[in-house]
Design a protein around this ligand. Structure first.
Ligand SMILES: [Zn+2]
Length: 184
């Protein structure tokens, strides 16, 4: 952030009095701009032993495969958001989504909440953000063409647990960090 969204003056970046982290501060109107992590909600939607995946029609990662997911909207629950993204990206209705994975991606200040649910009828069609949608058996997951590490981790967990009911063990929780750059 370079300019104040309230008054359009240039902002400073420093630790406000009584705070512990630097913030964007507007000395013109006094607004302190708090920029917090984004929440991404998504769905691992099943149908007869297969998982619904979408080929992205948008950047980033155009042309790669993902589970339906996107930014959580205001005034919705996370589960509602996961179902909404599934409808938007795959024109598919998911029933009874339950929390499946909580994935922290601190380097880009994102938190993923992935829900698992069952399609009501197996129907799916690409929405405007998808080039293609399909149901795949675990053996046919396109590992080399997945859009995001979060989706790889989620699908790997699904394969590792053979699609078991994990109600008693709770969701997968994991922190995903980008590999460190090799020293020169
Ligand atoms: Zn201002």
């Amino acid at each position: 952030m370079n300019y104040c969204s309230q008054c359009a003056q240039a902002v400073d970046f420093r630790i406000p009095e009584g705070d512990t982290l630097p913030r964007h501060i507007c000395d013109h109107c006094g607004t302190i701009h708090y920029i917090n992590p984004k929440i991404i909600v998504g769905c691992l939607a099943e149908w007869e032993g297969q998982v619904l995946i979408c080929k992205r029609a948008i950047e980033p990662r155009h042309g790669l495969w993902t589970l339906p997911a996107g930014f959580m909207e205001r005034e919705e629950t996370a589960a509602e958001g996961a179902a909404r993204e599934t409808m938007e990206e795959a024109q598919a209705t998911v029933r009874d989504p339950s929390l499946y994975a909580v994935l922290d991606v601190p380097q880009i200040s994102q938190l993923y909440l992935i829900y698992r649910g069952t399609l009501v009828d197996g129907a799916h069609h690409p929405g405007p953000e998808s080039l293609e949608t399909k149901l795949v058996h675990p053996a046919d997951i396109p590992w080399e063409s997945l859009a995001f590490p979060t989706m790889q981790v989620t699908l790997q967990h699904y394969v590792d647990t053979a699609g078991a009911d994990l109600t008693s063990t709770g969701p997968l929780t994991k922190t995903i960090r980008r590999p460190a750059r090799k020293p020169r």
